[in-house]
Design a binder for this molecule. Structure first.
Ligand SMILES: Cc1ncc(COP(=O)(O)O)c(C=O)c1O
Length: 426
């Protein structure tokens, strides 16, 4: 992207924003953790694929070759994004679908009394598939608890659940509710000492930082392109040698090769082309044209991270000046995702704030965001709280609008201890 408009940090958010047609509708999007907006290049790649000759993967007709090349290019792109072997990149409908399938496949290798560890911090997609799979084979589920006051999940929290029977540790790379980034590398090292596999939910993490699955110690790493500017599909990365040891249920005539063995039915070629375009877009978002795509991705995502962290600090400073806002995202190492509630403003305050902000063109939803266990542990039950998430296209103007709208919301809501119920808004 051009040099004009670059901020002191060298990140040209204006040039980034110009590539997102959806932003022209005018909303300030703090809903990126639920799904990011998409740049023109991704939409173009999806559309171009759908209108060009395409058949099932093969090497005979041009249409077959086009499908084959799209798949191989997408595996290479995800390999670069995650520093993973393209031969171990599996595509699927969603992270949830891939995790359910992998949980069943791995559970087929477990014995009654074997153990799996899940964490209370995780999205349910990295909890329930393991619980259900464990139940089917008589394995035991052990829970690693995080500390609500600090929002931290420590290596000790997980390590104390490990035993010689642990077969798998499922842990998030970053919490989509609180932003907490647990020490996955240390957790993985402790798990590996006991001979357990490590499954990392990278859905929230991948959008916010350069990821290196090898450095994280993840044996299996799942993510979703629609959280990092791409289309709606899921990705699982693992070493091909590990995948070779596993036997997922499959159709008789479908390929037995890795990674195809894990991909059920026909792949969504247009979404894979969009995924490659998203990775290429990320590589170019804040890096010079020189270098390998992996090098440009690392530089770009580091720049995205600095940009988002600066805006997060601005939001935190602004929130500190607002009465009765409680910020629950307190972990030392975290993504720019803030969970908020309102002290003394009644049980519906987060939902009211969500609607109030939406009416002012500020999209910051309230809920559990499927991190149901974490929400319950924080005391928010099934209602959850208000989540403010940043994305590469978030700018200072968005932050101003958020803080102004929250201030107006708080002005309009009488504190609970001064009256009976919150004044209804709008
Ligand atoms: C941290 C995290 N894990 C898993 C998921 C589920 O991903 P998918 O929608 O691809 O199944 C989400 C979706 O919000 C998420 O934020």
């Amino acid at each position: 992207m051009g040099d004009a408009g670059r901020s002191e940090s060298g990140y040209d958010v204006g040039a980034v924003r110009a590539r997102f047609p959806a932003l022209r509708a005018g909303a300030a999007h703090f809903d990126g953790p639920g799904g990011s907006q998409v740049p023109d290049a991704v939409a173009d790649a999806v559309a171009a694929t759908l209108v060009s000759p395409l058949a099932n993967r093969g090497r005979v007709t041009a249409a077959e070759r086009a499908a084959d090349e799209i798949v191989l290019a997408a595996r290479a792109a995800m390999g670069d994004l995650l520093n993973a072997d393209p031969g171990g990149i599996v595509f699927g409908r969603s992270m949830t679908a891939l995790t359910f399938a992998m949980a069943r496949t791995l559970a087929a290798t477990w014995r009654p009394g074997d153990e799996v560890i899940v964490t209370r911090l995780d999205h349910d997609a990295n909890i329930r598939p393991w619980c259900l799979a464990a139940e089917e084979v008589g394995a035991v589920v052990r829970w690693a608890e995080f500390t609500p006051r600090t929002a931290e999940l420590t290596v000790a929290d997980v390590a104390q659940q490990l035993s010689s029977r642990t077969r798998l540790v499922a842990v998030t790379g970053a919490s989509n509710l609180l932003g907490t980034r647990p020490p996955v590398d240390l957790i993985a090292a402790a798990a590996h000492e006991r001979g357990a596999l490590v499954f990392v939910d990278g859905v929230h993490l991948t959008a916010h930082t350069p990821v290196d699955v090898a450095a994280l110690g993840a044996d299996l790493y799942a993510c979703s392109p629609y959280k990092f500017l791409g289309p709606h599909c899921g990705v699982l990365a693992a070493a091909p040698a590990l995948l070779e040891t596993l036997s997922p249920p499959k159709l008789l005539p479908s390929p037995d090769a890795v990674p195809e063995r894990f991909e059920l039915g026909t792949l969504p070629y247009e979404l894979l082309a969009g995924t490659t375009a998203a990775v290429d877009f990320l590589a170019g978002i804040a890096a010079p044209d020189a270098g390998t795509r992996r090098e440009r991705l690392t530089a770009s995502l580091a720049a995205v991270e600095r940009h988002e962290d600066r805006l997060r600090r601005r939001i935190e400073e602004g929130l500190a000046a607002l009465p009765d806002v409680v910020v629950h995202s307190r972990a030392a190492h975290r993504t720019p995702t803030l969970l908020l509630s309102f002290r003394g403003r009644g049980p519906d305050a987060c939902q009211d704030a969500y609607r109030f902000l939406a009416e002012r063109g500020v999209n910051a939803p309230a809920g559990t965001f499927y991190a149901l266990e974490a929400s319950r542990r924080l005391g928010f039950g099934t209602a959850g709280a208000l989540r403010v998430g940043l994305a590469p296209y978030t700018d200072d103007g968005d932050v101003d609008r958020l803080l102004d709208a929250l201030a107006a919301f708080l002005d309009g809501v009488r504190p609970r201890d001064e009256g009976d119920l919150p004044v209804s808004i709008g």
